[in-house]
Design a protein around this ligand. Structure first.
Ligand code: TNX
Length: 538
């Protein structure tokens, strides 16, 4: 019946506008004053203008989305699921059954946001309508996280005949400062199950992260099935720090994780760490080994004793297979080759290795990422260097045109203990209490590094001392929430006093998600109660 998708879209848009207009006219409830500017949003949005009224979210609310633009309907469905899980309210998405609808949430694609940032969004919250404008589905997805954070725990059932959740009205204009906002999980030192990784991804998504870096191999274990080299997981996948059973992801499971992250507009960056940190690979296939010793299983926590034989063709044939198989499952443009702490690889051999592997990564259509040591080699400007301990190498890479991911150990390492009493973690770089994790300037951290060279920020979580979700969460939360703000919010709006108030109010969400966060004494954590029994987490 319709000539084109565009005509269909236009008609749909008109219907929705009509509904908004009707809804606006129907009711002007005098809600109690609710201040959007006081809402405990993390990351703090760029601009918030409160109009001191509220949208009444209830059973007469429906969600509509642009339907001709990729991914918008999925964002609407995601929001509906989260609302269901949070307050047990069922909302239709793009349904025709609209007789009983009085209020709508419209998730709208538009090219006229006034910014090129693909993750930008704008929220207009009025009494009877919420309009979320975004250029891309990723932007819409970030926008609905803001909306989720605005839904109160308790309904306002004293004023209405049925429960209604009041969302403070006003306008939010928002976009991130960094293109890359990441966290890393080391699944090699200890293995984490698919369910555990998904839970971590859920938490990251709520705070608008867009990158999840998986450290998939190290001396203690190889965690990803490679069909052309099966012993990597049959042998190398069976060990972990402390002698536990280890584990690995089948290719199906890895794809499932990548898809799960993609539904949350998070990219998975796979890392195979080499030429050092390769004991598990060399133990599986001794032909790869270059340290002159007979490889055996390793379950300790020392680093720097292993290396591939960087002068052997078999090693590069092996890497070609590994990169090919992983790249084929990986929509991310990046492939991380590690490259850190290769203490027993001769410098010339190391440089030779990095330059050869960069070609392999490129051949499989990916941009290489490596820890800051890779800047010793002549790397391509398309390659990204991840700073952890050597500013001079990050500067060198940036001078040559590379982008830099900031992960300075003393500030962003999630495996650093909070203080000397912390149950888990290490402290070789620093103790990182919650305020110190937040109170620093990423952009000014490396003297002389131009802002344009910064791709973003990543908080790595190494797993020598942790092996399950509860332990992971103790180290990652609440610090990962602060990094989310550092990577998203303009620096002149970073403010510890405001942040710590907003962080204190994350408890309903963290408890609902059953997050074992570290209850830092620096934060006045808020007590809270739920209206509904906790149905499902999140
Ligand atoms: C350094 S950071 C490492 C890891 C360890 C971590 C422990 C980096 C690139 N290498 O191998 O797990 O410290 O904090």
């Amino acid at each position: 019946m319709f000539k084109s998708d565009a005509a269909k879209g236009l008609l749909f848009f008109t219907v929705v506008l009509f509904l908004v207009a009707c809804a606006e006219r129907k009711k002007k409830v005098n809600y109690p004053k609710t201040d959007l500017a006081e809402a405990p949003l993390i990351p703090r949005p760029v601009k918030v203008i409160a109009t001191n009224s509220a949208f009444g979210l209830d059973a007469k609310t429906a969600i509509y989305t642009s339907q001709t633009s990729n991914g918008f309907e999925e964002v609407g469905v995601f929001l509906a699921q989260k609302i269901k899980n949070h307050i047990d309210l069922d909302l239709y998405v793009n349904s025709n059954e609209n007789e009983t609808i009085e209020r709508i949430i419209f998730i709208n694609q538009t090219d006229t946001l006034g910014t090129d940032n693909p993750e930008a969004y704008q929220l207009y919250i009025k009494n009877d309508s919420i309009l979320l404008n975004a250029k891309t589905a990723a932007g819409a997805f970030r926008g609905i996280q803001t909306l989720r954070q605005l839904i109160p725990e308790t309904s306002n059932d004293t004023l209405a005949e049925r429960p209604m959740w009041l969302i403070p009205s006003g306008k939010i204009v928002d976009e991130p400062i960094f293109e890359y906002r990441g966290a890393m999980l080391d699944v090699a030192r200890h293995f984490f199950t698919v369910a555990e990784v998904k839970k971590f991804i859920d938490l990251l998504a709520y705070y608008k992260y867009n990158a999840f870096h998986m450290h998939l191999s190290d001396d203690q274990g190889w965690r990803i099935e490679i069909k052309s080299w099966p012993k990597l997981t049959e042998v190398g996948g069976q060990t972990e720090v402390g002698g536990g059973p280890g584990g690995f992801y089948t290719q199906e499971e890895f794809k499932e994780l990548v898809g799960y992250a993609a539904e949350r507009h998070i990219e998975v960056i796979p890392e195979i760490d080499m030429p050092g940190h390769t004991n598990a690979a060399s133990f599986s296939y001794p032909i790869l080994n270059g340290n002159g010793k007979k490889p055996s299983a390793y379950t300790g926590t020392h680093v720097g004793f292993s290396t591939f034989d960087t002068r052997k063709d078999t090693v590069y044939a092996f890497i070609d297979d590994v990169v090919r198989e992983i790249a084929a499952m990986s929509p991310s443009p990046y492939f991380h080759i590690g490259g850190d702490e290769s203490h027993v690889t001769k410098k010339n051999d190391y440089i030779h290795f990095v330059e050869k592997v960069e070609k392999i990564v490129k051949k499989h259509g990916k941009r290489m990422v490596g820890w800051n040591e890779i800047a010793q080699a002549k790397i391509d400007p398309s390659t990204v260097a991840q700073l952890w301990n050597e500013p001079h190498n990050a500067l060198k890479a940036a001078k040559n045109g590379s982008k830099i991911i900031l992960s300075p150990a003393a500030k962003t390492y999630l495996d650093m203990q909070y203080d000397s009493l912390s149950e888990y973690g290490l402290h070789w770089a620093a103790y990182i209490p919650v305020d110190s994790a937040y109170n620093w300037s990423p952009a000014a951290h490396v003297e002389g590094l131009p802002k344009e060279s910064i791709l973003g920020l990543e908080a790595p979580l190494w797993s020598e001392t942790i092996s399950n979700s509860a332990e992971l969460e103790y180290l990652a939360f609440p610090r990962a929430i602060g990094y989310a703000e550092l990577a998203w919010t303009p620096e002149n709006q970073h403010d510890w006093e405001s942040y710590k108030e907003r962080l204190a109010q994350q408890t309903p969400y963290l408890d609902r998600m059953d997050v074992n966060y570290y209850p830092s004494k620096l934060i006045d954590w808020k007590e809270h109660k739920h209206t509904y029994k906790e149905i499902e987490r999140d």
